[in-house]
Design a protein around this ligand. Sequence first.
Ligand SMILES: NC(=O)c1ccc[n+]([C@@H]2O[C@H](COP(=O)([O-])OP(=O)(O)OC[C@H]3O[C@@H](n4cnc5c(N)ncnc54)[C@H](O)[C@@H]3O)[C@@H](O)[C@H]2O)c1
Ligand SMILES: O=P(O)(O)OC[C@@H](O)[C@@H](O)[C@H](O)[C@H](O)CO
Length: 471
Amino acid sequence: MSTNRLSRSTHPHLSLHPERMIQFGEGNFMRAFVDWQLQQMNNQGLFNGSAVLVQPIEQGLGGLMAAQDNLYTVLLNGIMQQQPVNSREIISSVSRVINPYTDYEAYLALAEDDGLEFITSNTTEAGIAYHPGDLADGTPPKSFPAKLTALLHRRFQLGKKGFVIIPCELIDRNGEKLRQIVQQYAAEWNLGEAFLQWLEQENTFCCSLVDRIVPGYPRDKAAELEAELGYLDNLMVTAEPFLFWVIEGPAWLAEKLPLAEAGLNVVVTDDMTPYRERKVHLLNGPHTAMVPLGMMAGLETVEDVMNDETFSRFVQELIAEELIPMLDLPKEELLPYADAVQERFKNPYIRHELTSISLNSISKFKTRLLPVLLKFQQERGKLPELITLSFAGLLLSYRGDLVARQDSPEMLAIFDEAWSNPANFVQAILKDESLWGEDLSLVPGLAEVLASHLQKLESSDSRAALEQFVS
Ligand SMILES: NC(=O)c1ccc[n+]([C@@H]2O[C@H](COP(=O)([O-])OP(=O)(O)OC[C@H]3O[C@@H](n4cnc5c(N)ncnc54)[C@H](O)[C@@H]3O)[C@@H](O)[C@H]2O)c1
Ligand SMILES: O=P(O)(O)OC[C@@H](O)[C@@H](O)[C@H](O)[C@H](O)CO
């Protein structure tokens, strides 16, 4: 095997493009999602642009990226439209990585480049946050929004045009939240009314929703893959082939950033709410529904669930009979999406652990499944059987003796207290508005159905209980 590290000398034919995007975050997801998409546009001659990456925190991948001339391989593994996909591509759409903690001036100098038009980010769910100690004193502030404020202010001082800003963090209304924190710093740092006006008039903050499962560096197969590729690559990223990006922004953005034109599954819309609902209820909802029942049956991964006859029927019927009918979206959009989700869940190349999805399951149930349960009851005057069975499984799993619980100490204490009196458990837990945002003991029939499901789950096992409900 070659011991050469991937570089521009091992691959001299790779294209170079001018910098057009500033990207906060150099992690696996962004490199396999945004930068991979830039590469697809460049391959087709539609963009001619690269991204300059900024490390949001002091420790990062800048050194490793520089050691291989900012090149890395994206490996797409999975099934798309019933066909296996196993592709490998060297991504050359990243120009360089700036560490603002070691070279703050290089970071601020990005404001001078008229060619830079876009800003993207993924700084994890923790990144779009206000940090009270951040100052405009010429040293890198801690938070991402404060760093961005400093850069935008420099751009404003130079009298230049603003940016299209598209955060990818998995938080609701991410673009609005980012703009609001930037405005907060601008006010706190006394940057003046004219800057606030420039911020509003010259910049476009978009909200966005991202969807691609990116397991990251293939640790267990790295040596084998390097032998196959013929070069060493410390930054290989594996991802599923499926991709979806919804950007809530002006219609002209689709032309300025021609992702859809490049054949990528990207939508620019003036309202991303329906897409968010679709993803949260049809992808994240089944994930959360399968976790307690699957774990109690000894299944370990999403793929295990989908390869199990009873459990895969559970997922299929949950989606078709209880989730899709409750979504206010055209069926011709929901059905293919639901099929694609189930294909993605079956991906044999991705080990998606049920335990990792189980983290903070109560709050996930509240956003992903409870709204559907309530709507079903209101519209049909009865409760959905599969969601309530999964709800009972979730409550039982929080007793702590059947499967490992992963939640905050406060949450576990609430359940320990409620389970200390099993006869009153269902009433006590449903009444707790801090868990559900309302008193669920008032939902007609819910306490009775849950008590009955709990009894079934305790007297048999989750598979036997499921078999009574799936066809
Ligand atoms: N991996 C996936 O399948 C996937 C899919 C969709 C969304 N996401 C989301 O993308 C985010 C990043 O995932 P990843 O797989 O790239 O992880 P990663 O560990 O490879 O990268 C994390 C990135 O976030 C930055 N970061 C970490 N902590 C931070 C903090 N406190 N403040 C600011 N920046 C911080 C790091 O510098 C790095 O750039 C996660 O929050 C995840 O929810 C991941
Ligand atoms: O990331 P979490 O823990 O909030 O949720 C677990 C999964 O439902 C989630 O990671 C999905 O796989 C992801 O949202 C797909 O884009």
